[in-house]
Design a binder for this molecule. Structure first.
Ligand SMILES: Cc1cc2nc3c(=O)[nH]c(=O)nc-3n(C[C@H](O)[C@H](O)[C@H](O)COP(=O)(O)O)c2cc1C
Length: 185
């Protein structure tokens, strides 16, 4: 079974997008689609980026742990809020930290907002940075609108069948990208 690393990007007090990371972890495991673990940037609490991991003389255990979890995952889901039309500094911090670890990595993106547009304005800049680092960006996306109303604190969606149908399509695209990668390494 493949393993998916879910990056939860918001480190904000009272964050809501973490609910979507919880939702995906539960969805993947209960449907036996993949094993999954959340890489919570709030828990990692990384300092502001000052150099790429490969050039760090004394990388912290947390940085090494994060890099290894991205490297060893078959695929990655990034759950990110939109902040002022972009993705948060916490996420750029770890995108830039790594390099080879992103190469050929299947990455699917879920954008999240508390408004009606699902955070979609931040997706192109994130896709572009990951594309520059040779990640295999999954074309399917999972925008979440009005996250504070549509998902509860445990990651349970209010409209379960609708959310799960959308998640199924999104995950199938990620799994297909992993499958292609595994056949053409
Ligand atoms: C600094 C900041 C900027 C934001 N900018 C946007 C925005 O441009 N578009 C949007 O739809 N929501 C915006 N939001 C609201 C977020 O969508 C909202 O906080 C949502 O819950 C997801 O972020 P969170 O996981 O940090 O809670 C912004 C929130 C913050 C804190």
């Amino acid at each position: 079974m493949v393993h998916i690393a879910i990056v939860s990007a918001s480190i904000r007090k009272g964050r809501k997008s973490h609910r979507i990371a919880l939702f995906f972890k539960d969805f993947l495991t209960k449907n036996h689609l993949a094993t999954a673990g959340i890489l919570d940037l709030l828990e990692y609490n990384f300092p502001l980026f000052d150099e790429r991991l490969k050039f760090q003389e004394f990388p912290s255990p947390a940085v090494l742990d994060f890099a290894e979890k991205i490297k060893s995952a078959d695929g990655v889901i990034i759950v990110t809020p939109e902040y002022n039309g972009g993705y948060p500094a916490s996420l750029k911090n770890v995108v830039d930290l790594l390099y080879e670890e992103w190469h050929h990595k299947p990455v699917a993106i879920s954008t999240v907002s508390d408004g009606p547009f699902g955070g979609t304005q931040c997706i192109t800049s994130l896709q572009f940075s990951l594309w520059k680092m040779k990640a295999r960006i999954v074309t399917a996306t999972f925008p979440v609108t009005r996250v504070h109303e549509t998902f509860d604190e445990n990651g349970d969606p209010k409209e379960k069948s609708h959310a799960e149908k959308r998640a199924g399509n999104f995950i199938q695209e990620l799994l297909a990208t992993i499958e292609i990668k595994n056949h053409i390494p």
